[in-house]
Design a protein. Structure first.
Length: 471
């Protein structure tokens, strides 16, 4: 490049001549045309450039025969620009979401120490570190798939067998045992009995609600036993009293002992029908539900009919008992004709082929003639489809002799076949069993000895007397 510049300059210097000479005298007042005076004494002519000076002292004129050699241009060194250091654009640091502190691990992992001599990347590079590792205790493993639990049906309640319930529940008769059994044993085991002693025996029997006739009869029987066999100690007195009371409670007939079983077996291709009646507050609905449990425990199938359509929540109460016992329930809205509900229940029992249909009727006072007539209507409607095999009258044992009046009125409307004595555990008058049987000629078939679902027991004369006398 320098050689090219030099060659061009040399060629231009050869093409033009530069001379230095004295300027011609200038006539005052005369000026060459077309040549304006140059500023500073310079004039140009043609394409050449002339340089003139003022006259010298010697008047000599010097010429440059040859132009001075051009100066070689100095080589131009391009400025050295230091390479720019690339700088990455600085972005605002991202704002991380708040992180909840993790629970401390059982084996924490510490950071590695700084290591000198690591190669840096850029001026502001930091010492590289390994990513912190997690221990096996910190690694979250996916949970194993868990199958959705299948809802199992609620298990049915375990029902105690009916056999031997009275023996198991003998402690519930502690009140009657104290005022009846122990009092008699104390009188009979005292030794020689005079008239006053026998009067005390009869009074004790009356207080136990045996009734006047039954109390007098039992007292006379005891006199005969003492006269025939004598009483030497408490054990002999107890054995004698036990025999007499069992005979009084057993209710024998010329044909033998009465049947205390509940007739709840199907016959002639139809289910047995049991009608439960009684006054208000005696526990008819509860007795119906408990009886269903007794039958189910014995392997029988049962349908319950909620014919008590007058009392609020009576059908709901029976529904609950049916669910607990595993028995179907036929019900209707409140105020429905009870006879129609009873009819539908029997119809359902026939179609389902069950063993027994239990009908819970509305409570009614024995003094209400209209309600008593309605009870007779229910029985007649049922008998259009099936025979009524059992009519159970529910009596409250705590009512005493008033229960006998109630029983007599019900017996006139429907044929009572059996008696259920409820709340026998809450009275000291256990002798009501003897009185009601003698008055109606109907056996006591079931007794209620508590509020539990399995506290309804078949009546057993021997077990009942043993419970009265105690150990």
């Amino acid at each position: 490049m320098l050689a090219v510049v030099f060659a061009i300059g040399l060629a231009r210097s050869k093409r033009r001549t530069v001379s230095l000479r004295d300027a011609p005298p200038v006539t005052p007042g005369k000026q060459e045309p077309d040549q304006p005076p140059a500023r500073g004494g310079y004039r140009t002519s043609g394409s050449s450039i002339s340089f003139s000076e003022g006259p010298s002292a010697g008047g000599a004129t010097g010429l440059l025969d040859r132009p001075p050699p051009p100066r070689e241009p100095e080589p131009v060194t391009p400025p050295v620009t230091p390479p720019a250091v690339p700088t990455a654009p600085v972005a605002p640091p991202p704002v991380a979401p708040p992180v909840e502190p993790e629970p401390a691990a059982a084996h924490p992992v510490t950071d590695r120490p700084e290591v000198d001599g690591q190669p840096g990347v850029g001026d502001d590079a930091s010492v590289p570190r390994d990513a912190p590792s997690r221990s096996i205790l910190e690694v979250e493993l996916p949970d194993a798939p868990v199958e959705a639990p299948v809802a199992e049906p609620e298990p049915r309640e375990q029902i105690e067998p009916a056999e031997g319930r009275l023996t198991r529940l003998r402690g519930r008769l502690s009140r009657s045992q104290t005022t009846f059994g122990r009092s008699l044993l104390g009188l009979l085991g005292a030794g020689t009995l005079d008239e006053d002693s026998w009067t005390d025996v009869e009074d004790t029997l009356l207080l136990a609600d045996l009734g006047a006739a039954a109390a007098a009869e039992i007292t006379e029987r005891l006199r005969q036993e003492v006269a025939a066999h004598g009483v030497t100690d408490a054990a002999s007195a107890r054995a004698m009293l036990r025999r007499v009371l069992i005979d009084a409670v057993s209710m024998s007939t010329p044909d033998g002992l009465v049947d205390r079983s509940v007739r709840a077996l199907p016959h002639d291709g139809r289910p047995s029908v049991v009608l439960v009646v009684g006054v208000n507050g005696t526990g008819k609905t509860t007795t119906t539900g408990k009886l269903a449990r007794v039958l189910v425990a014995g392997g029988r199938s049962v349908v319950l009919g909620a014919a008590d359509t007058f009392r609020a929540a009576a059908a709901d109460q029976l529904q609950t008992w049916g669910e607990r016992a595993g028995a179907a329930v036929v019900r209707s809205k409140e105020g429905t004709d009870p006879a129609s509900v009873a009819f539908d229940a029997v119809k359902r029992g026939i179609s389902d082929g069950v063993d027994a249909v239990l009908i819970d009727t509305a409570g009614r006072l024995h003094t209400k003639t209209g309600l008593m007539d309605e009870l007779g209507k229910v029985k007649r409607v049922i008998e259009k489809q099936a025979e009524v095999d059992e009519v159970l009258l529910v009596l409250d044992a705590t009512t005493g002799q008033n229960g006998l009046v109630q029983a007599s009125v019900f017996a006139e409307v429907v044929d009572i076949t059996g008696i259920v004595l409820t709340k026998l555990d809450g009275t000291a008058r256990g002798g009501i069993v003897v009185a009601v049987q003698r008055s109606l000629g109907v056996p006591v078939k079931l007794v209620g000895l508590g509020e539990g679902p399995d506290d309804l027991a078949p009546f057993e004369p021997a077990a009942f007397v043993d419970a009265l006398l105690g150990d």
